[in-house]
Design a protein around this ligand. Sequence first.
Ligand SMILES: [Cu+2]
Length: 397
Amino acid sequence: MRLQRTRRAIHKRWWIPALATLALVLNACSTESGPKNHQNSLRPEGKYAKQIDNLFTPVLWVAVIVGVGVIGATIFMAIRFRRRPGVDVRPKQTHGSTPLEIGWTILPAVILLIVAVPTVSTIFDLDEKPKNPIEITVVGKQWWWQFDYPKTDSGKAVVTANEMHIPTGRDVLLTLEACDESLPNGQAQADGSTSPGCNVLHSFWVPALAGKRDVVPGRENQMKVHADEEGVFLGQCAEYCGLSHANMRFRVIAQSPSEYEAWLESQREGPAVDLAESDAEDLFAARFQCGNCHTVGDSGVSTYGPNLTHIASRATFASGYYELTRSKLIQWLMDAPSLVPMQSEDCRLGSPGTIEGAICVGMPSFTNNTPNGDTKKYPDMTRSEAETLADFLLSLK
Ligand SMILES: [Cu+2]
């Protein structure tokens, strides 16, 4: 008796958790709370993303009608023909009906055919090479993005990280790679193993600007991106790629064509401050060997870690996970693996000056897990050393 009553009480309150769940789910649809996040494929902000949306919306409605029909019929049958207490009759059993069987084979086939027409044509449209595009090579690394702007008639190549600038109103053709050919072992390994220059699968996704495309070791994929208006659009790696996959973000900064050109021109310039003339030279080059994985002297070359020549021109660092502030940067320099999960327990490099044979993924900690004994490479970093390095990096506009 008591048990029955509690059970009934639970049944009566089922709507409380249901309502809470609904509220949580609906919260995800909110456009009011917080800044417009620009990471929403349902709010396309460029012509290729709109093309995908124009396909997605009608197909969604077809799916909704079919789904409601099938689920509705199932629920209707279950209720209509349920077993009732005291009435022990089996509903009439039917088996096989040729018209019905033919009907429910042909109808879905026709629906699929109708949906296939715009789907196939959109796929081909999106695959078409744009005329006179801006070309950028995107290299997916563990766990950050490198953007290579090729050399042009008017200027040298530019290599940057985590923030991709594009001009508005122009087609941008991205070449997606998981291997960095300019690094040692920058080719896909036949046995599938990874190397410093070449790693695992990623997927490049800026929901507001384009669809997703996989970034595959040993393959070059291409995709088109287009932004109608200026803005900052958030992106995210969309293919599980290991420990820090969830932190592997990036930003696309769409600017007016003239601002874009000015940005590119400033990136082509040499560093704002020469390492040799800074207090950080000894720390960067000799004591901590930052130069094995980074460069601060040439914005046109690719390195194992992000190119830092113009790091202070970026708003974020660590794959867009942190805003570039002095205090975060100091924390990062002393102990990067505490801010973003990485495999940095033993960040030894190969023969001096090369990364061949590097055995870590990420940046070493200079206060924790520094390899010791025979393999000791990195001394502990004091706070004032980190400050000197940070101030130098922050002068690299
Ligand atoms: Cu990933």
